[in-house]
Design a protein around this ligand. Sequence first.
Ligand SMILES: Nc1nc2c(ncn2[C@@H]2O[C@H](COP(=O)(O)OP(=O)(O)O)[C@@H](O)[C@H]2O)c(=O)[nH]1
Ligand SMILES: [Mg+2]
Length: 200
Amino acid sequence: MQIVKAEYLLSAPDLTICPIDGRPEICFSGRSNVGKSSVINALTRRKKLAKTSNTPGKTRSLNYYLIDESWYLVDMPGYGYAKISKKEQSRWGREMKRYLMEREQLRLVVVLLDIRHEPSTLDEEFLFWLGEERIPFCIILNKSDKISKNKVTQRRSEVEKMLKEMNIDVPVFVVSAIKPDTLDELLAFAREFLQNPVES
Ligand SMILES: Nc1nc2c(ncn2[C@@H]2O[C@H](COP(=O)(O)OP(=O)(O)O)[C@@H](O)[C@H]2O)c(=O)[nH]1
Ligand SMILES: [Mg+2]
């Protein structure tokens, strides 16, 4: 089932002004420039719902999009942006982790990786942390339009091997923000989580 309605709700510069209506949410997370905003636009079939940019590191807040009046898609600040000081980066890292641990409405984290590159240390640390905290997540390998089919297969098995070594068992979807149909499987997967009641 495709998304019918998508509206921008608000941008939260810190964690005190997040929506408190209890609607379930799915957070999109990953390095800056990996394509979080582009994937959100592709999923909602909107060109400019989420701002995309060639200058990484712009999203320093959590952006909430209300989907079909029933759940939130959340565009999280990208991590690992070199032009932001280490101190600021680790502050944001801590804030985001706190958010993901404490947010009751959170049902699923979608972690984006760029299929062209090996996951960075930051990516690996983040995935490991999600696993340890038992936060439900899945991985999408984005920008698959940029490499050959053979390379896609290769990168996918490299990522799966890495996950196995970390003892993490989560689905990996190969997608491209410029081919919205590639996101159908992810959306179907995410929908299952939206129906689940919050675990406590
Ligand atoms: N070719 C291609 N370009 C993409 C894809 N996803 C994102 N991009 C481009 O990558 C850049 C960063 O995307 P953006 O969505 O702003 O990344 P964010 O920082 O993670 O939100 C933009 O120039 C996008 O057009 C994709 O699947 N394929
Ligand atoms: Mg963005």
